[in-house]
Design a protein around this ligand. Structure first.
Ligand code: ZN
Ligand code: ZN
Length: 145
């Protein structure tokens, strides 16, 4: 086993926009999308509960019950692309990638984000698991599919 195998699994962030490696940039999502998703989720749950209580679905509610509210997707973006888009994350929850350089810090951020009321409307678990998959040690097999 070479010594670099013993180091924490570093994350090599790639920009979701230009696909280049990110040296400085953020992992972000927008609060307006979060708020929309939270209201949509509440509305969905209210209708589901109503339907369970009444035992029938009102015609107009069928479509909304068929479509589970979508989740808000996290994205990694480099500072170069943010500059081009004149995007300053004013309306974002943003984490600097320099604060998330290893799979271990990813786990710490998961603990922090999990406490947010809006955690469940985002795709963080899948996002983080994909990052861990892509950056985890090659010798490790968890058996998880
Ligand atoms: Zn970029
Ligand atoms: Zn942003």
């Amino acid at each position: 086993m070479t010594s670099d195998r013993l180091l924490p699994a570093q994350i090599n962030w790639a920009c979701g926009t230009c696909k280049n490696p990110i040296l400085t940039g953020v992992v972000h999502l927008s609060f307006s999308e979060i708020n929309q998703a939270v209201s949509a989720r509440e509305e969905y749950e209210r209708r589901s509960k109503e339907q369970q209580e009444h035992g029938f679905i009102k015609i107009g509610d069928l479509a909304s019950l068929m479509s589970i509210p979508r989740t808000v997707r996290w994205a990694a973006v480099c500072d170069g692309c943010r500059r081009l888009e004149d995007h300053h994350c004013g309306d974002c929850y943003a984490i600097e990638v320099t604060q998330m350089r290893s799979v271990f810090s990813l786990f710490k951020w998961t603990r922090h984000l999990h406490k947010k009321s809006w955690f469940g409307v985002t795709d963080w678990i899948d996002f983080a698991a994909d990052i861990a998959d892509a950056n985890g040690p090659a010798w490790e097999s968890t058996g998880v599919r």
